[in-house]
Write a protein that binds this ligand. Structure first.
Ligand SMILES: Cc1cc2nc3c(=O)[nH]c(=O)nc-3n(C[C@H](O)[C@H](O)[C@H](O)COP(=O)(O)OP(=O)(O)OC[C@H]3O[C@@H](n4cnc5c(N)ncnc54)[C@H](O)[C@@H]3O)c2cc1C
Length: 452
């Protein structure tokens, strides 16, 4: 553990003074949004745009200043089936958008699980899922054009013929202005077959290299204390076109709502960690065995979405992206890391670690897979106590293995490491940011650490 990390630890022995609260504004139209950002507005700096607020970091908040909640911008402006495009306001949630597209035989390109998140948050932040194939990476890659209100309240459109500028605005974490409308590439619904299997960590490690090269969408749940990996592999298949929602909904309900709530209760009522965690792991295995492996075999991006929001607000998580070439070793080391932390601190995550492949994606300057395919590892827990220290240690682990962060999902990123993995791209982004917002109107302390 680094010295900085050690000094940042929150041991619980000290009382931290509660933060000041930011003002939260929810503009309902473009004029209101411009008025808020106008230099003459009375609202306190910095301005931080917020979507569904599912970020794990302070990228969408501030201890003072003004949070701009964009969820009232919730209109699907136009679905153009012939041109395979949809234009939406930035506060539209992925769930309703997927349903509206499905009604016209269309779907979002790629796979982006969580239905509650907003288009603006998914474009401005790192957002990805178990997409099938080599050329599907970030959600933001689907952006054809976007409209923003700049940090000083002016209107700006970034779009066709401005690909290199677009690549800076994708994954810009709201630092270059507030996105209010986006046109996205969509496609005709392509059904997939999903196969589920359970394997040991050794089997999974052996399979990982061929899987990374294969034309499959890969998601997995890893139970580091049970030597079990539950693999969900997706392949496009024309015969899978007619897909039913219900089995996916039940699967999602089991994984995203029932288990986190049950685990929270078990953490309260069973004091002995050994017994509690044995029960928790058995329940995870049972749910995966019954719900995932047996229930769902055909799907599409619309049906396979997760409602996750049942527990989202109370979940702790941190996601790092590891180079796929090393992943057979990384996952073994991650198991040992979890065991060591449990031994040293008594803490372990109660929810399974989620992983998925992210193809190489150069559509955004700050893309975590700009140079090579990556595998995301998302550690998750329902327990707050002990989590902050775990996130620091997970950050050290990730640093050791050359993992890349995204600033809305990755906790405890140190600047030197961010510089080393994002190379000159970080400097380039900073230069553009300084030009667009020289007065740092959009910069809160969290983002200032990396992007001033
Ligand atoms: C249970 C759970 C499961 C998750 N699963 C996944 C997963 O499978 N894959 C994945 O990639 N992520 C996942 N996430 C993370 C999260 O959903 C994504 O980061 C998502 O993209 C954030 O969308 P949001 O609408 O909540 O945005 P927020 O979290 O509110 O904001 C994210 C960033 O975007 C900026 N922003 C938001 N709206 C705008 C706007 N209109 N204009 C400019 N900037 C804006 C914010 O300032 C912030 O920097 C998960 C989170 C939870 C809690």
């Amino acid at each position: 553990m680094s010295v900085t990390a050690a000094s940042l630890r929150k041991s619980g022995r000290y009382r931290i003074r509660p933060n000041d609260q930011p003002t939260v504004l929810r503009p309902g139209n473009l004029k209101d949004l411009q008025t808020i950002l106008n230099p003459d507005s009375p609202h306190e700096l910095p301005f931080r745009p917020m979507g569904a607020d599912t970020a794990a970091t302070d990228c969408n908040s501030s201890s003072s200043g003004t949070v701009i909640d964009m969820t009232a911008f919730n209109e699907i402006v136009h679905i153009d089936v012939a041109a395979e495009q949809v234009t939406v306001q930035a506060g539209v949630r992925l769930g309703p958008l997927s349903s509206a597209l499905a009604a016209q035989g269309m779907e979002l390109d790629g796979s982006h699980d969580l239905v509650s998140r907003t288009v603006g948050g998914a474009v401005a932040g790192g957002c990805n899922g178990p997409a099938i194939g080599e050329d599907h990476g970030l959600f933001a890659a689907q952006v054809i054009s976007m409209k923003l209100v700049t940090p000083t309240g002016n209107l700006l459109t970034v779009g066709s013929g401005q690909e290199s500028l677009l690549s800076v605005f994708r994954l810009s974490y709201g630092m270059l202005g507030v996105i209010y409308e986006v046109t996205l590439k969509v496609q005709a619904i392509a059904g997939f077959k999903a196969s589920h299997r359970r394997c040991s960590l050794a089997q999974f490690s052996r399979a990982i290299d061929p899987l990374v090269r294969a034309n499959v969408g890969m998601r997995f749940l890893f139970l580091p204390f049970s030597d079990a990996v539950y693999l969900d592999l997706r392949r496009f298949d024309d015969s899978a076109r007619a897909t039913a929602n219900i089995p996916w909904k039940i699967k999602d309900w089991g994984e995203s709502t029932v288990l986190p709530h049950v685990f929270k209760s078990l953490n309260r009522i069973i004091p002995a960690p050994g017994v509690r965690y044995r029960l928790i792991d058995e329940l995870s295995k049972l749910t995966q065995g019954l719900v995932s492996s047996r229930l769902v075999s055909n799907g599409s991006t619309a049906t396979a979405q997760s409602c996750g929001h049942g527990a989202a607000g109370s979940l702790q998580y941190s996601t790092w992206f590891f180079p796929a070439v090393d992943f057979s070793l990384v996952i073994q080391a991650y198991k040992d890391f979890c065991a060591r932390i449990r031994e040293e601190s008594g803490f372990r995550c109660d929810l399974p670690t989620v992983g998925y492949r992210l193809s190489r994606d150069r559509s955004a300057v700050l893309s975590p897979s700009f140079d090579e395919p990556m595998i995301a590892l998302r550690a998750m827990s329902t327990q707050k106590k002990g989590w902050d220290d775990f996130a620091i240690d997970f950050g050290d682990f990730a640093k050791h293995w050359g993992a890349t962060p995204v600033f809305n999902q990755t906790k405890e990123v140190d600047l030197a490491h961010a510089k080393s993995v994002l190379h000159t791209r970080l400097e380039y982004f900073r230069k553009v940011r300084r030009q667009i917002d020289p007065e740092r109107r959009m910069m809160n302390p969290f983002l200032s650490q990396y992007f001033l």
